[in-house]
Design a protein around this ligand. Structure first.
Ligand code: ADP
Ligand code: MG
Length: 291
Protein backbone atom coordinates (compact mmCIF):
# COMPACT_ATOMS: atom_id res chain seq x y z
CA UNK A 1 0.00 0.00 0.00
CA UNK A 2 1.27 3.42 -0.94
CA UNK A 3 1.16 5.75 2.04
CA UNK A 4 0.22 9.39 1.64
CA UNK A 5 3.68 10.47 2.70
CA UNK A 6 5.26 8.45 -0.12
CA UNK A 7 3.27 10.32 -2.73
CA UNK A 8 4.32 13.71 -1.42
CA UNK A 9 7.91 12.69 -1.03
CA UNK A 10 8.05 11.67 -4.64
CA UNK A 11 6.55 14.94 -5.87
CA UNK A 12 9.08 17.07 -4.07
CA UNK A 13 12.02 14.73 -4.61
CA UNK A 14 11.48 14.85 -8.35
CA UNK A 15 12.81 18.37 -8.27
CA UNK A 16 14.79 18.68 -5.06
CA UNK A 17 17.15 16.57 -3.03
CA UNK A 18 16.25 17.18 0.59
CA UNK A 19 19.18 17.49 2.97
CA UNK A 20 19.99 18.26 6.58
CA UNK A 21 17.56 19.74 9.05
CA UNK A 22 18.20 23.46 9.52
CA UNK A 23 15.68 24.19 12.19
CA UNK A 24 12.37 23.36 13.72
CA UNK A 25 9.31 25.31 14.72
CA UNK A 26 5.80 24.92 15.96
CA UNK A 27 4.37 22.93 13.07
CA UNK A 28 7.32 22.62 10.80
CA UNK A 29 10.71 21.18 10.07
CA UNK A 30 13.02 23.27 7.89
CA UNK A 31 15.49 21.37 5.71
CA UNK A 32 18.12 22.27 3.18
CA UNK A 33 17.32 21.30 -0.39
CA UNK A 34 19.24 21.16 -3.65
CA UNK A 35 17.39 21.76 -6.90
CA UNK A 36 18.20 18.90 -9.25
CA UNK A 37 18.05 20.94 -12.45
CA UNK A 38 20.75 23.45 -11.54
CA UNK A 39 22.24 22.53 -8.17
CA UNK A 40 20.81 25.64 -6.53
CA UNK A 41 20.44 25.38 -2.77
CA UNK A 42 17.34 26.38 -0.82
CA UNK A 43 15.63 26.03 2.52
CA UNK A 44 12.33 24.16 2.58
CA UNK A 45 9.82 24.54 5.39
CA UNK A 46 7.90 21.27 5.54
CA UNK A 47 4.49 21.41 7.16
CA UNK A 48 2.50 18.23 7.60
CA UNK A 49 -1.03 18.94 6.46
CA UNK A 50 -2.39 16.59 9.10
CA UNK A 51 -0.88 18.82 11.80
CA UNK A 52 -3.10 21.57 10.42
CA UNK A 53 -6.31 19.63 10.84
CA UNK A 54 -7.87 22.51 12.63
CA UNK A 55 -9.20 25.25 10.43
CA UNK A 56 -7.34 28.00 12.22
CA UNK A 57 -3.93 26.47 11.57
CA UNK A 58 -4.69 25.88 7.94
CA UNK A 59 -5.74 29.48 7.56
CA UNK A 60 -2.52 30.59 9.29
CA UNK A 61 -0.44 28.61 6.78
CA UNK A 62 -2.36 30.15 3.88
CA UNK A 63 -1.78 33.61 5.33
CA UNK A 64 1.93 32.87 5.82
CA UNK A 65 2.29 31.87 2.17
CA UNK A 66 0.19 34.75 0.83
CA UNK A 67 2.24 37.24 2.83
CA UNK A 68 5.59 35.74 1.79
CA UNK A 69 4.49 35.88 -1.84
CA UNK A 70 3.77 39.54 -1.57
CA UNK A 71 7.04 40.58 0.08
CA UNK A 72 10.22 41.41 -1.78
CA UNK A 73 12.88 43.11 0.27
CA UNK A 74 16.65 42.65 0.76
CA UNK A 75 16.12 42.04 4.48
CA UNK A 76 13.15 39.69 4.24
CA UNK A 77 13.54 36.03 3.26
CA UNK A 78 12.56 35.46 -0.37
CA UNK A 79 10.02 32.83 -1.34
CA UNK A 80 10.80 30.63 -4.33
CA UNK A 81 7.73 28.45 -4.61
CA UNK A 82 5.20 26.46 -2.68
CA UNK A 83 4.59 22.78 -3.40
CA UNK A 84 1.43 21.36 -1.87
CA UNK A 85 0.74 17.66 -1.88
CA UNK A 86 -1.93 15.55 -0.21
CA UNK A 87 0.13 15.15 2.89
CA UNK A 88 2.52 18.09 3.14
CA UNK A 89 3.12 21.68 2.20
CA UNK A 90 6.64 22.63 1.17
CA UNK A 91 7.57 26.28 1.33
CA UNK A 92 10.74 26.67 -0.73
CA UNK A 93 12.75 29.74 0.28
CA UNK A 94 16.19 31.16 -0.28
CA UNK A 95 18.75 29.49 1.96
CA UNK A 96 20.08 31.72 4.72
CA UNK A 97 23.17 29.88 5.83
CA UNK A 98 24.55 32.14 8.56
CA UNK A 99 22.37 30.83 11.37
CA UNK A 100 20.02 32.49 13.80
CA UNK A 101 20.82 35.81 15.48
CA UNK A 102 19.84 33.90 18.62
CA UNK A 103 22.88 31.65 18.31
CA UNK A 104 25.22 34.55 17.57
CA UNK A 105 24.17 36.20 20.80
CA UNK A 106 24.53 32.94 22.72
CA UNK A 107 27.96 32.28 21.20
CA UNK A 108 29.45 35.76 21.17
CA UNK A 109 27.55 37.58 23.89
CA UNK A 110 26.25 41.15 23.65
CA UNK A 111 27.09 43.25 20.58
CA UNK A 112 29.11 46.45 20.67
CA UNK A 113 26.87 49.41 19.92
CA UNK A 114 27.98 50.13 16.38
CA UNK A 115 27.45 46.50 15.38
CA UNK A 116 24.12 46.40 17.21
CA UNK A 117 22.94 49.55 15.43
CA UNK A 118 23.90 48.23 11.98
CA UNK A 119 22.13 44.96 12.68
CA UNK A 120 19.04 46.53 14.20
CA UNK A 121 18.79 49.04 11.35
CA UNK A 122 18.41 46.13 8.91
CA UNK A 123 15.56 44.74 10.98
CA UNK A 124 13.99 48.21 11.01
CA UNK A 125 14.22 48.50 7.22
CA UNK A 126 12.58 45.10 6.83
CA UNK A 127 9.84 46.03 9.27
CA UNK A 128 9.27 49.37 7.59
CA UNK A 129 8.62 47.52 4.35
CA UNK A 130 6.34 45.05 6.11
CA UNK A 131 4.36 47.72 7.88
CA UNK A 132 3.98 49.79 4.72
CA UNK A 133 2.24 46.71 3.27
CA UNK A 134 -0.01 46.73 6.38
CA UNK A 135 1.50 43.51 7.63
CA UNK A 136 2.35 42.95 11.29
CA UNK A 137 4.89 40.18 11.95
CA UNK A 138 3.86 39.36 15.53
CA UNK A 139 6.83 37.12 16.31
CA UNK A 140 9.97 39.24 16.11
CA UNK A 141 12.75 37.59 18.14
CA UNK A 142 16.37 36.51 17.57
CA UNK A 143 15.30 33.01 16.43
CA UNK A 144 13.43 34.61 13.53
CA UNK A 145 16.30 36.74 12.28
CA UNK A 146 18.88 34.87 10.21
CA UNK A 147 22.29 35.79 8.89
CA UNK A 148 22.56 35.32 5.15
CA UNK A 149 26.09 33.93 5.40
CA UNK A 150 28.27 32.42 8.07
CA UNK A 151 30.42 35.13 9.61
CA UNK A 152 28.56 37.78 7.60
CA UNK A 153 26.75 40.87 8.85
CA UNK A 154 23.66 40.92 6.66
CA UNK A 155 20.41 39.59 8.17
CA UNK A 156 16.89 38.80 7.02
CA UNK A 157 13.59 38.48 8.84
CA UNK A 158 11.91 35.05 8.53
CA UNK A 159 8.87 33.18 9.85
CA UNK A 160 5.60 34.79 8.86
CA UNK A 161 3.65 32.07 10.63
CA UNK A 162 2.01 34.55 12.99
CA UNK A 163 1.90 37.51 10.61
CA UNK A 164 -1.39 39.30 10.15
CA UNK A 165 -2.82 41.90 7.83
CA UNK A 166 -3.85 45.05 9.64
CA UNK A 167 -6.33 47.72 8.62
CA UNK A 168 -7.97 50.57 10.54
CA UNK A 169 -11.30 48.82 10.02
CA UNK A 170 -9.92 45.48 11.06
CA UNK A 171 -7.19 45.78 13.68
CA UNK A 172 -5.53 42.60 14.87
CA UNK A 173 -6.84 40.42 17.67
CA UNK A 174 -5.78 37.26 19.46
CA UNK A 175 -2.77 35.98 21.34
CA UNK A 176 0.36 35.51 19.22
CA UNK A 177 4.09 35.41 19.61
CA UNK A 178 6.48 34.39 22.37
CA UNK A 179 6.20 35.33 26.08
CA UNK A 180 9.56 37.12 26.31
CA UNK A 181 8.77 39.30 23.31
CA UNK A 182 4.99 39.73 23.40
CA UNK A 183 3.58 43.26 23.69
CA UNK A 184 1.31 44.14 26.65
CA UNK A 185 -1.68 44.86 24.39
CA UNK A 186 -1.34 41.44 22.73
CA UNK A 187 -1.07 39.89 26.17
CA UNK A 188 -4.57 41.13 27.02
CA UNK A 189 -5.78 38.13 24.99
CA UNK A 190 -4.03 35.82 27.42
CA UNK A 191 -6.34 36.78 30.26
CA UNK A 192 -9.50 36.47 28.20
CA UNK A 193 -9.12 34.53 24.99
CA UNK A 194 -12.37 35.93 23.62
CA UNK A 195 -11.82 39.57 24.37
CA UNK A 196 -8.67 41.61 24.58
CA UNK A 197 -7.47 44.89 23.12
CA UNK A 198 -7.32 45.43 19.40
CA UNK A 199 -3.76 46.10 18.29
CA UNK A 200 -1.57 46.88 15.30
CA UNK A 201 1.94 47.64 14.13
CA UNK A 202 3.00 48.99 17.50
CA UNK A 203 3.13 45.44 18.85
CA UNK A 204 6.11 44.77 16.58
CA UNK A 205 7.85 47.89 17.91
CA UNK A 206 7.56 46.47 21.43
CA UNK A 207 9.09 43.13 20.37
CA UNK A 208 11.85 45.05 18.59
CA UNK A 209 12.49 46.94 21.83
CA UNK A 210 12.96 43.63 23.64
CA UNK A 211 15.18 42.50 20.79
CA UNK A 212 17.38 45.59 21.04
CA UNK A 213 17.69 45.07 24.80
CA UNK A 214 18.79 41.47 24.19
CA UNK A 215 21.30 42.39 21.47
CA UNK A 216 22.97 45.00 23.67
CA UNK A 217 23.07 43.04 26.93
CA UNK A 218 22.78 39.35 26.07
CA UNK A 219 19.95 39.19 28.63
CA UNK A 220 16.16 39.39 28.49
CA UNK A 221 14.51 42.44 30.05
CA UNK A 222 11.73 40.22 31.39
CA UNK A 223 12.51 36.98 33.10
CA UNK A 224 11.05 34.85 35.85
CA UNK A 225 10.84 31.18 36.74
CA UNK A 226 7.10 31.08 36.22
CA UNK A 227 5.44 32.23 33.02
CA UNK A 228 2.72 34.04 34.98
CA UNK A 229 5.32 36.13 36.77
CA UNK A 230 7.07 36.92 33.51
CA UNK A 231 3.84 38.04 31.87
CA UNK A 232 3.04 40.24 34.87
CA UNK A 233 6.36 42.04 34.31
CA UNK A 234 5.59 42.46 30.62
CA UNK A 235 2.11 43.85 31.31
CA UNK A 236 3.64 46.68 33.35
CA UNK A 237 6.90 47.04 31.43
CA UNK A 238 8.77 46.22 34.62
CA UNK A 239 12.41 45.90 33.66
CA UNK A 240 15.73 47.46 34.58
CA UNK A 241 19.08 48.22 33.05
CA UNK A 242 21.23 46.18 35.40
CA UNK A 243 24.56 47.79 36.16
CA UNK A 244 26.61 44.74 35.24
CA UNK A 245 25.38 44.49 31.67
CA UNK A 246 24.54 48.14 31.02
CA UNK A 247 27.24 50.23 32.67
CA UNK A 248 29.16 50.81 29.46
CA UNK A 249 26.14 51.19 27.16
CA UNK A 250 25.35 54.71 25.96
CA UNK A 251 22.46 56.79 27.21
CA UNK A 252 21.21 57.03 23.61
CA UNK A 253 20.73 53.27 23.40
CA UNK A 254 18.91 53.12 26.73
CA UNK A 255 16.76 56.11 25.79
CA UNK A 256 15.62 54.34 22.63
CA UNK A 257 14.76 51.14 24.50
CA UNK A 258 12.86 53.13 27.16
CA UNK A 259 10.76 54.75 24.44
CA UNK A 260 10.01 51.40 22.78
CA UNK A 261 9.13 49.45 25.92
CA UNK A 262 6.16 51.66 26.76
CA UNK A 263 2.95 49.86 27.75
CA UNK A 264 0.56 52.20 25.92
CA UNK A 265 1.00 51.61 22.17
CA UNK A 266 -0.22 55.15 21.51
CA UNK A 267 2.62 56.59 23.56
CA UNK A 268 5.22 54.06 22.38
CA UNK A 269 7.60 55.31 19.71
CA UNK A 270 6.44 54.60 16.16
CA UNK A 271 8.75 52.64 13.86
CA UNK A 272 9.49 55.90 12.08
CA UNK A 273 10.43 57.44 15.42
CA UNK A 274 12.68 54.46 16.18
CA UNK A 275 14.47 54.80 12.85
CA UNK A 276 15.16 58.50 13.30
CA UNK A 277 16.31 58.18 16.93
CA UNK A 278 19.90 59.38 17.51
CA UNK A 279 21.03 55.83 18.36
CA UNK A 280 19.95 54.53 14.97
CA UNK A 281 19.62 57.34 12.44
CA UNK A 282 23.08 56.94 10.91
CA UNK A 283 22.91 53.15 10.75
CA UNK A 284 19.49 53.42 9.12
CA UNK A 285 20.97 55.83 6.59
CA UNK A 286 23.72 53.32 5.77
CA UNK A 287 21.20 50.51 5.50
CA UNK A 288 18.94 52.52 3.17
CA UNK A 289 21.91 53.42 0.99
CA UNK A 290 22.58 49.71 0.51
CA UNK A 291 19.03 48.70 -0.39
P1 ADP B 1 8.29 28.23 12.80
O1 ADP B 1 7.21 29.07 12.25
O2 ADP B 1 7.82 26.82 12.94
O3 ADP B 1 8.98 28.83 13.98
P2 ADP B 1 10.47 29.12 11.13
O4 ADP B 1 10.04 29.66 9.82
O5 ADP B 1 10.84 30.11 12.18
O6 ADP B 1 9.39 28.08 11.65
O7 ADP B 1 11.70 28.13 10.91
C1 ADP B 1 12.24 27.38 12.00
C2 ADP B 1 13.75 27.48 12.00
O8 ADP B 1 14.26 26.94 10.78
C3 ADP B 1 14.33 28.89 12.05
O9 ADP B 1 14.41 29.39 13.36
C4 ADP B 1 15.69 28.70 11.40
O10 ADP B 1 16.64 28.18 12.29
C5 ADP B 1 15.40 27.66 10.32
N1 ADP B 1 15.10 28.32 9.03
C6 ADP B 1 13.91 28.82 8.65
N2 ADP B 1 13.97 29.41 7.43
C7 ADP B 1 15.26 29.26 7.01
C8 ADP B 1 15.99 29.68 5.82
N3 ADP B 1 15.38 30.33 4.82
N4 ADP B 1 17.29 29.38 5.74
C9 ADP B 1 17.91 28.72 6.76
N5 ADP B 1 17.30 28.32 7.89
C10 ADP B 1 15.99 28.58 8.04
MG1 MG C 1 10.21 30.65 14.07
Amino acid sequence: ILKMSDISLETITKRYTLGAELGRGRFSVVKSATQKSDGGTYAVKVVENSSLSDEENLEALETEVAILRQLQHPHIVALKEVVTTDSDTYIVMELLSGGELFNRIVDLGPFVEATAADLFAQVCCAMEHLHSAQIVHRDIKPENILYTEEGGTSVKVIDFGYAGVWSPEKPLTGLCGTPDYVAPEVLTWYDDEDRGKEYGKGSDVWSMGVLLYVILSGCSPFSADEEEALLAQVAEAKYEFYENEWKSVSEDAKDLIRKMLVVDPEVRLSLEGVMSHPFLAEAVGRCRANL
